[in-house]
Design a protein around this ligand. Structure first.
Ligand code: PLP
Length: 415
């Protein structure tokens, strides 16, 4: 493999024979040579770009506004900006981060219904006008802090088939939307459309269909014509199970001729699969289990301690997600094992009852698909530093998409 060189923004361009996996091998060798156990992540920009191309082919009518909260790694934001997505920001901090990368204010939706007043004022000063609301109190705040805002009414939808049920916290019930629209009109505020979030890890495509139908019913009660439908996030990071149902519902309730612009706020969809974690086995214990019957051979339970865990890049494990670490080097026989994170807390467990070959202190484990809600929620609990992130891209992709010039240019405009 030829050397790969980080460019000005830290993107490593892989030569024709190289791959992200080879890059990881090389990095591990470098770290081993320095006696370093520090965990690191590799962001594969080819995968991120493929996810975007897949989005365009599966949901051609829906413009993605990437949910920055999911993973705000600068290279992710720069790449998506170069590809022409918009951004869903939840706070002044996120707005400021994407603006500093050259994103135009009109490509941002401030998609939080309960906003601090100072953050609304900041959005106003920066020309970020599109923002969501679901309550009269929020309308009062917006009328004081950003009277020219273009408001999107977030409705609560049936999220009973989703694992993360956001509608218990956000979204106006359908019986209240009429009053909210009246209130906005009384305050002289402009409402331009409707949004919802189906919840994350939704298992029923019909939930999307019903939510789109619910949004239509709110459009039908509007005094002035709405122009925007925002179908939120909740898309899987692996496949596209609901695109047919979504496209069908859009054609039925918001046909192309209606002129309604459709956007979405995907987070996990983009960020999950491009990231792989490499973490080092920093400690090992072998537990001989008690023999219950005389003569029985005691079973060995292997306990391994990794240099990253749930307080770091794998924070999402505290919710429901499971991971399948695999060995950087190959081996044969497998043993029942527990893999822990590095901190003193017992909840810092990565995987239980897991069959892996015997590992040794100094080995590296890899974990794929760790980009969503990990690094963005990570801490330095117990003094363990956050993992570094290396971004890689193949030479071909880099030049084909002319990303180099887009990403390297600080004041990038959306093409
Ligand atoms: N939009 C809003 C308002 C959210 O709260 C979230 C996640 O919490 C998202 C978008 C992104 O959701 P997902 O990562 O499931 O696509």
């Amino acid at each position: 493999m030829n050397d790969v060189w980080p460019d000005e923004w830290g993107v490593y361009i892989l030569d024709n024979e190289s791959t992200a996996t080879r890059f990881i091998d090389k990095k591990i060798k470098e770290l081993d040579a320095m006696d370093s156990e520090e965990p690191f992540q590799v962001l594969n920009l080819d995968t991120l770009i493929q996810m975007h191309l897949k989005w365009l082919s599966y949901l051609p009518r829906v413009k993605p506004f990437y949910a920055v909260k999911c993973n705000s790694t600068e290279t992710v934001l720069r790449t998506l900006n170069a590809l022409g997505t918009g951004f869903d920001c939840a706070s002044k901090g996120e707005i400021s981060q994407v603006l500093s990368l050259g994103v135009k204010p009109e490509n941002i939706i401030y998609a939080h219904t309960t906003k601090p007043q100072s953050h609304i004022k900041y959005a106003c000063a920066q020309g970020v006008n599109l923002m969501t609301f679901d309550d009269e109190e929020e309308l009062q705040k917006v009328s004081r802090c950003h009277p020219k805002a273009k408001l999107v009414l977030r409705i609560a939808v049936d999220d009973s088939s989703s694992f993360y049920r956001l509608s218990s916290k956000f979204g106006a019930g359908l019986s209240t939307t009429g009053r909210l629209l009246e209130c906005a009109a009384e305050l002289g505020l402009e409402v331009v459309g409707v949004s919802f979030h189906i919840g994350s890890k939704c298992s029923q495509s019909l939930a999307f269909r019903q939510a789109i139908a619910d949004a239509r019913s709110v459009f039908d009660t509007a005094v002035s014509d709405f122009s925007l439908l925002d179908i939120g996030g909740g898309f899987s990071g692996k496949d596209f199970p609901f695109s047919e149902v979504i496209n069908g519902a859009l054609d039925e309730y918001f046909p192309f001729e209606s002129g309604v612009q459709v956007i979405a706020e995907p987070g996990r969809y983009y960020a999950e699969s491009p990231f792989t974690l490499a973490a080092n086995i920093i400690a090992k214990r072998i537990i001989m289990e008690d023999m219950r019957t005389e003569g029985e051979v005691p079973e060995r339970l292997m306990m391994y301690y990794l240099s990253d865990g749930v307080y770091g890049s794998l924070n999402f494990l505290l919710r429901d997600v499971q991971v399948s670490p695999y060995l950087h080097r190959s081996s044969e026989k497998r043993y029942r094992s527990v893999i822990w994170g590095p901190t003193c807390d017992y909840i810092d467990k990565i995987v239980d009852n897991y069959l892996v070959p015997e590992l040794h202190v100094g080995d590296w484990l890899l974990i794929d698909n760790i980009g969503a809600y990990g690094i963005s929620i990570s801490t330095e609990f117990n003094g363990f530093k956050r993992s570094s992130i290396y971004s890689v891209v193949t030479n071909e992709t880099w030049h084909t998409l002319n990303l180099s010039s887009h990403i390297l240019k600080k004041n990038l405009s959306i093409s």
